[in-house]
Design a protein around this ligand. Structure first.
Ligand code: NAP
Ligand code: ZN
Ligand code: ZN
Length: 354
């Protein structure tokens, strides 16, 4: 297989700062699309993995699965994309395509295991390297079309993970006009959850630890914002919510939220704390509530989400940074000091000294 050099930033080992890294990517095969990356969002999962907080990390690691860019070249059998098209790549670059989940468009639950964009292996067994890099080569079936104005690409990139991870559960649990939805945590995922639930026509209540985010919550589309330490304010929503989307990245107490759900209500985790949560059974038994989880979304649903966002003029609120600031940005994400996603401008890779 012929390859050519790619430039990016990688963590050499767990907790090592990210640093410039040159590596090889395959030349596009018959079904591949080669994409020049314009922007890549920083997801909290990038940090969990680069710091090996979930175990089993593969180094050197080039993180990044919120990729927006422009097609540079396509293989001879590619039919849907051509040079110059604006496209996205999310958390997956391949899957088995034959298991029951792949056949139903739920590639994220591929039974032998999806091939993730980084910290994983591709179908041919080579390690995958993510979007903190100048280009990427991906099978056309895992490439998404972006219909937003190209000027919006910095804010579009985070839709490829933060957007689909919040859209998919809202969609699966039939959120729409008449629903009352809670969103817990106003970070990268949470702010997309608020925007999307609002655009789907739901009444949205945002729960945050951070009083300084109150005005932003309303601006982003929440009908009410509750500071989660305020018990009286929490009780206003007792047994009133149909669905709660919990985006918190750390161990936290889910029990006060269970009581806010109506009969048959669902509390869905999308955040991935590194230690177990404890749940009081009574909070589930009473009113037949469910505690659930959701992982990104399938490829067809990701396209549906991107189209929904283009139609509703939705992008992520981003702070653009050059790649040289990535380590500082990681620390700021952990401190919740970003409104609400960093988006790395990949032109910065060309900057002198890298
Ligand atoms: P983020 O930007 O850091 O947002 C997380 C938010 O959680 C923070 O803004 C904060 O909101 C709240 N929070 C943080 N620490 C907390 C604590 N100790 N107690 C209570 N609340 C706390 O992270 P993100 O990129 O949105 O990712 C969120 C989580 O989802 C991460 O664990 C990530 O790995 C995971 N994730 C899962 C999927 C999936 O497919 N399921 C996909 C992507 C990411 P407030 O200040 O408003 O309280
Ligand atoms: Zn992510
Ligand atoms: Zn499969």
């Amino acid at each position: 297989m012929s390859t050519r050099p790619a430039r990016g930033y990688a963590a050499a080992q767990a907790k090592a700062p990210l640093a410039p890294f040159t590596f090889e990517r395959r030349q596009p095969g018959a079904r591949d699309v080669e994409i020049e990356i314009a922007y890549c969002g920083i997801c909290h999962s990038d940090i969990h993995q680069a710091r090996d907080e979930w175990g089993g990390a593969i180094f050197p690691m080039v993180p990044g699965h919120e990729i927006a860019g422009q097609v540079r070249a396509v293989g001879s059998e590619v039919s849907r994309y051509k040079a110059g098209d604006w496209v996205g790549v999310g958390c997956m670059v391949n899957s088995c395509r034959t298991c029951e989940n792949c056949r139903e468009g739920l590639e994220q639950f591929c039974i032998p295991g999806a091939n993730f964009t980084y910290n994983s292996h591709d179908r041919d067994g080579t390690p995958t390297y993510g979007g903190y890099s100048d280009h990427i080569v991906v099978d056309e079936d895992f490439v998404l079309r972006i219909r937003h104005d190209p000027k919006q690409m910095a804010g579009v990139a985070p839709l490829l993970c933060a957007g689909i991870t919040t859209y998919s559960p809202l969609h699966h649990w039939n959120v729409g006009p008449g629903s009352k939805v809670g969103v817990v945590g106003l970070g990268g995922l949470g702010h997309m959850g608020v925007k999307l639930a609002h655009a789907m026509g739901a009444e949205v209540v945002l729960f945050t630890r951070s009083p300084q985010k109150l005005d932003d919550g309303k601006r982003l589309g929440a009908d009410a914002v509750v500071i989660s330490s305020d018990e009286a304010a929490m009780q206003v929503h007792h047994r009133r919510l149909d669905f709660i989307l919990d985006t918190v990245a750390a161990v936290h107490d889910v029990n006060p939220y269970l009581g806010l759900l109506r009969r048959d209500g669902v509390h869905c985790l999308v955040g991935v704390p590194d230690r177990p949560l404890s749940v009081i059974g009574g909070g589930l038994i009473m009113q037949r509530r469910s505690l659930a989880g959701s992982l990104i979304g399938g490829i067809a649903e990701t396209q549906q989400m991107l189209d929904f966002c283009a139609t509703h003029a939705i992008v992520s609120d981003v702070e653009e940074i050059p790649i040289q600031k990535v380590n500082e940005a990681y620390d700021r994400v952990v401190r919740s000091d970003v409104r609400y996603r960093f988006s790395i401008d990949m032109k910065s890779l060309e900057a002198a000294g890298k």
